[in-house]
Design a protein. Structure first.
Length: 132
């Protein structure tokens, strides 16, 4: 691997970790009542909001890519089925198979996750069937 590629990769990881840490710090300054109010405005519980704040790139990158690979428009799903999309983001944020998911999606193998490890697979299957 080229040294610039390694450095760029390390820099990206460091930046994501720093942003995640900043998000968590921002949430800790809220009094509990205010945190609950902010979470409620977003349609989430305070614990869900906290888990999303320290999340990996799954909900923002991997999940939309999986939807797209399944023939669904992530933007449309987000608008047309907002509550479902938020729930899928929450589930994706808690998923421990994100590295496997990223590898499979990079290979173009969307079905591996659907048949094996993706906790959002049943919801995505329903969305695909509703589209057809």
């Amino acid at each position: 691997m080229h040294s610039r590629t390694i450095l760029a990769s390390l820099h990206g990881r460091w930046r994501r970790a720093l942003n995640s840490h900043r998000s968590m710090i921002e949430l800790t300054v809220y009094p509990p009542d205010e945190l609950n109010r902010v979470a409620q405005d977003a349609g989430l519980s305070a614990s869900d909001l906290t888990s999303l704040a320290c999340s990996h790139r799954g909900p923002s990158v991997l999940m939309p890519k999986r939807l797209q690979e399944l023939g669904l428009d992530p933007g449309f799903v987000k608008i047309a089925r907002t509550a479902t999309y938020r729930d899928m983001e929450r589930v994706c944020a808690a998923c421990r198979a994100r590295r496997r998911c990223a590898r499979d999606l990079a290979k173009g193998d969307v079905q591996a996750g659907m048949d094996g490890y993706c906790p959002n697979a049943p919801t995505m299957d329903v969305l695909v069937s509703l589209q057809g």
